[in-house]
Design a protein around this ligand. Structure first.
Ligand code: BES
Ligand code: MN
Ligand code: ZN
Length: 487
């Protein structure tokens, strides 16, 4: 997709479809020289998520699409993201080769101003046009080739460029998520990480193989991988900012390229969805994809433990005891609680080798988080008020909602009561499955500021949101992380 940004000049560039936004009850303001039939203006209500297409009666736009934003007071960046997605879908349906968005200062003023609105429109327009077609032998061809944003000022221009980078990173994440388990193994995931690093002199990539993991004492990661013929990989990406770094942040992502459950085998129904169990790692790689284009003032580390979880003669058995990189012994009661195991070793590695100021991990860790928060909010477990505030604000800005959850000491007590230092699940079960997962992980971060994000509910199967949702990965986490790193 070709993107361009132009200022609003007297002469509108020729376009197959011109998009104009307007609030409920407001008359759409068309650019100089463009007119539409009176009937179109009469039909258009401005109600959110509605649109009215018409041929232009005057001017260089072949078609004009009026898109509603809803009630003035309720309009925000998310409104524009969704409205722009509706517009590119309409442009594609009408087989247009190009679409032009007209965002004058008054329109930008309906939400956060030119920077925020340009970003939201670019994001929504691009994300809304996404279709996963890497699985098709001959993908259906698509009409839309270019998106143009018309708006004034350097803030608008910067916002648009940022929106394009974030949208493309989101699509990168979704493509990784949607690949099948045999199409994206830990080795292939590591290749993707290497090619991200090749794109930018600011990013380096190191991949630790199973021999390296043995030397480091990563018994938990190796224990999960033992039942698979695919070798595990530990990916370590490093981004160094141009100027002086404002601090060091580590992003850790669960990279289970397929989770069959291991010897604690999952039921067959729906098991194919466990291709998405690498969504945390996809979010981290997507954030680095965005870092190839954006300037972020922090040193950022991306650490991805990647493995399959399969049943086999050599697989870890329920009751087996393995030792983490920091010496903690863990009794594996349920081999299907594997995410916390591979993350535990990745967190040990992060704390001892990277020594960051802050760690954020993202993982499709528990089905239980869906009981707690459903599919529209990710659970966050921040260890500080400032991290909680920053992540809530980042979620608000990008439309990826998060909600804070507590960790209670009773979970750790329960998991410490067995023959090893820890058990990987609570026995007896005490409910609160997502909290149990977070509590387990906390044993491996020491006193580093940290937030675990359980994205099992939000990584796929979300409700329709015009620019994402429905079947397939949502790319959740990537834009959230970049928004967090940018302010
Ligand atoms: N990858 C799953 C979590 C999951 C389940 C994500 C369903 C999305 C939908 C994870 O590895 C897992 O199997 N967790 C278990 C933990 C249990 C054994 C304590 C779960 O949630 O059932
Ligand atoms: Mn599992
Ligand atoms: Zn899993």
């Amino acid at each position: 997709m070709k993107f361009s940004q132009k200022s609003i000049s007297a002469k509108l560039p020729k376009t197959p479809m011109l998009v104009v936004f307007a609030a409920k009850g407001a008359k759409p303001v068309l650019p100089e020289g463009v007119a539409v039939p009176k009937a179109a203006l009469e039909d258009f209500t401005g109600k959110a998520r509605t649109s009215r297409a018409t041929d232009a009666s005057k001017g260089d736009a072949r078609q004009v699409l009026l898109v509603g934003l809803g009630t003035g007071a309720e309009i925000n960046a998310e409104t524009f993201r969704r409205a722009a997605a509706i517009a590119t879908q309409a442009a594609e349906a009408a087989k247009c080769k190009g679409v032009t968005f007209h965002v004058d200062d008054a329109t930008a003023g309906l939400a956060g101003g030119p920077a925020e609105v340009a970003q939201a429109v670019a994001e929504g327009a691009r994300m809304g046009h996404y279709r996963y077609d890497l699985g098709k032998s001959s993908p259906e061809s698509r009409s839309l080739e270019s998106i143009t944003l018309l708006g004034n000022g350097s803030d608008f221009k910067k916002g648009a460029a940022r929106g394009v980078a974030l949208a493309e990173a989101n699509l990168f994440t979704r493509d990784l998520q949607n690949l099948a388990g045999n199409q994206l193994t830990p080795s292939i995931l590591a290749d993707h990480a290497r090619s991200i690093a090749k794109k930018s002199p600011k990013i380096a990539c190191k991949v630790i193989d199973e021999a390296g993991m043995k030397r480091l004492g990563m018994g938990l990661l190796l224990g999960v991988s033992a039942g698979s013929i695919e070798p595990a990989k530990l990916i370590h990406l490093t981004y160094k900012p141009k100027g002086k770094s404002k601090g060091k942040i580590a992003l850790v992502g669960k990279g289970l390229t397929f989770d069959a459950g291991g010897i604690s085998l999952k039921p067959g129904r729906g098991m194919e969805e466990m291709r998405y169990d690498m969504s945390g790692s996809a979010a981290v790689l997507g954030a680095f994809e965005a870092l190839t284009k954006l300037d972020v003032p922090y040193e950022v580390h991306g650490i991805v433990p990647s493995s399959e979880n399969m049943p086999d003669a050599e697989a870890t058995k329920p009751g087996d005891v393995h030792t983490a990189m920091n010496g903690t012994t863990v009794e594996i009661i349920n081999t299907d609680a594997e995410g916390r195991l591979i993350l535990a070793d990745a967190l040990c590695y992060t704390v001892s080798k990277v020594k960051p100021d802050t760690i954020i991990d993202l993982a499709t860790l528990t089905g239980a988080v869906i009981m707690a928060l459903g599919h529209e909010m990710s659970a966050i477990y921040p260890t500080s008020d400032s991290l909680r505030g920053d992540l809530l604000a980042a979620g608000e800005r990008c439309g990826e909602s998060v909600w804070p959850m507590p960790i209670h000491p009773a979970f750790k007590e329960n998991m410490s009561a067995g023959p090893a230092d820890l058990r990987n699940i609570c026995t007896p079960n005490m409910g609160g499955g997502s909290i149990a997962g977070a509590s387990f992980l906390q044993n491996f971060v020491g006193d580093t500021e940290w937030c675990h994000i359980d994205i099992a509910g939000t990584a796929w199967n979300q409700g329709p949101r015009d620019y994402t949702g429905g079947i397939g990965g949502t790319g959740v986490g990537t834009r959230l992380l970049i928004e967090y790193l940018s302010r």
